[in-house]
Design a protein around this ligand. Sequence first.
Ligand SMILES: NC(=O)c1ccc[n+]([C@@H]2O[C@H](COP(=O)([O-])OP(=O)(O)OC[C@H]3O[C@@H](n4cnc5c(N)ncnc54)[C@H](O)[C@@H]3O)[C@@H](O)[C@H]2O)c1
Ligand SMILES: O[C@H]1[C@H](O)[C@@H](O)[C@H](O)[C@@H](O)[C@H]1O
Length: 337
Amino acid sequence: MTLRIGVIGTGAIGEDHIRRITNTLSGAKIVAVTDVNVEQAKAVIKNQKLDAKLYESGHGLIQAKEVDVILVTSWGPTHEEFVLAAIAAGKPVFCEKPLATTAEGCARIVESEVKHGKRLVQVGFMRRYDKGYYALKDVVTAGKIGEPLIVHCAHRNPVVGDNYTTDMAITDTMIHEIDVLRWLLDDDYVSVQVVYPRKTQKASSHLRDPQIILIETAKGIRVDVEVFVNCQFGYDIQCEVVGETGIARLPEPANVLMRSEAKRSVEILTDWKKRFIESYDIELQGFIDAVNQGQPNGPSAWDGYAAAVTADACVKAQQTGEIVPVTMKQRPAFYNK
Ligand SMILES: NC(=O)c1ccc[n+]([C@@H]2O[C@H](COP(=O)([O-])OP(=O)(O)OC[C@H]3O[C@@H](n4cnc5c(N)ncnc54)[C@H](O)[C@@H]3O)[C@@H](O)[C@H]2O)c1
Ligand SMILES: O[C@H]1[C@H](O)[C@@H](O)[C@H](O)[C@@H](O)[C@H]1O
């Protein structure tokens, strides 16, 4: 069956998902869109050559009879109300990160989905679909480096705009590591701490950049994540797992090795959209297929909640300099694997 998808928010990632659903993926089509910036929505309908109805509001689109599935790609603070409305309408919903901007908001979504009794929500944590992370998880899970003890990560963006604030290093940027490392290690977090190295002169006056986030997991693994969003040189994602008998490293994106002008060199990407481009395709195709077969099976509302609780603890740790516990509710049996 071809799923009829309605999209709320036709900005950068919204348009990108519309393009992949329309041109690259199979089993779904875009039948409805809405954006508070109507001109933006109209431009996307035109640019992507969509045969889609333009709705005045997200709520109208969710209620529409011709819409089977909702894609939420609006600004983070609007996600919770749209996801709750989709659950109330009994429609599957793919929501870009964050699921909600607060842990309480995510908990409300979890509660509402559990009450509904069947999974409807998938959160856009696409790194779990990246072939590199997948290969790394295979190595770690197969015990090829023994039990994991330490994880070293870096999440570097070349530059960010003036509107990027210190807490966004957690809620917008490190949120990807928060999710993917829980999945990679099959573990939960117990505490976090944030320390600030010397500040780069390239960051806005109000932004602490870089930052180092230290995490302890329930199994006692120690994780350090460097978030550096004005590193200038490129978009650079690193992850190295140190185990009892070896070390496993996330593969670098395949790029041509050049010899020229007395140098051996490999280009580094600068745009985050390109770094995980394949994983977005795999993620959304997986969502479409799973919904067609009954219900979503990717990152759940519980994963969205776990990420939000951890992010809240990190933001508190940014402000206090202290080691902050990560305290989660009991996981409902509904989300057991
Ligand atoms: N998974 C990822 O790697 C990834 C990457 C980029 C963005 N995101 C997430 O996707 C979301 C959107 O990010 P973006 O970069 O596309 O932002 P954007 O600003 O480019 O686009 C958001 C769009 O939503 C619209 N919008 C806002 N409120 C709305 C509402 N109430 N109803 C309808 N439309 C509304 C805006 O007008 C805008 O066009 C964010 O939550 C962001 O964190 C995820
Ligand atoms: O929204 C983007 C996106 O999630 C990228 O993957 C991340 O590197 C950026 O820091 C963030 O601003």
